[in-house]
Design a protein. Sequence first.
Length: 229
Amino acid sequence: MLFPESPATDNPSPLTSRRGALGTLGLAGITLAASSTPASAFLFSKKDTPPVVQVKGGSPAPTRKTGNAIQAASFEGLPQAWVATQGSLIPEYTRYLNSLKLQRLEPQQVIAAHAKQKGVVWNRLPPKQWWTRMGYTLRVVDRIAVYLNMPVEEIVSAYRCPVYNAQCEGAKVGSWHQANVAVDVKFPVKASVITATTRNLRDRGLFKGGVGGYSSFTHIDTRGVNNNW
């Protein structure tokens, strides 16, 4: 398996009945995920490698910011009302996301997914003790982007706090977004292509989790048990 799994050290209160599945989460031992080798090199032989979908020109690895540049970039394009509620957590979370050394996914894309409002309810950044959970999931998304040789267009949704989740149409009470192990993601091709490719890579050992196909995005989570919808 490409991403070894290790037990999580905490249990999300909205999903206590699913502790067994969440026990597979964590970042310890995920050394291959940080390398620059495409996922296909680990998963397939030359004989059975499926066709790779390409976007003309591909996408170079993002330029990593450090120090004051991270501080300045952390707040770019974010609603001021939301920034005021999150304070110093924003640059701190940006530094954590930078530490993942993702190749096709920018920290600002992840943070922007949290800076959303439903009615009068704002979403928020995940609890700090759960950050590594999303790190695992983001590495899966980044591996898919590397395999397809294309950028991630948008993280539509990542962590959703319970109050915000309740305002999201179609969201379940026990949503894996509340456990900070799920993202809804767009790539610059049809969502159906991403859904099929993600299921293919997952079934060949990239990760264990759920893959949901929607008209404009793909849901990917690392719950530890495979599921499709």
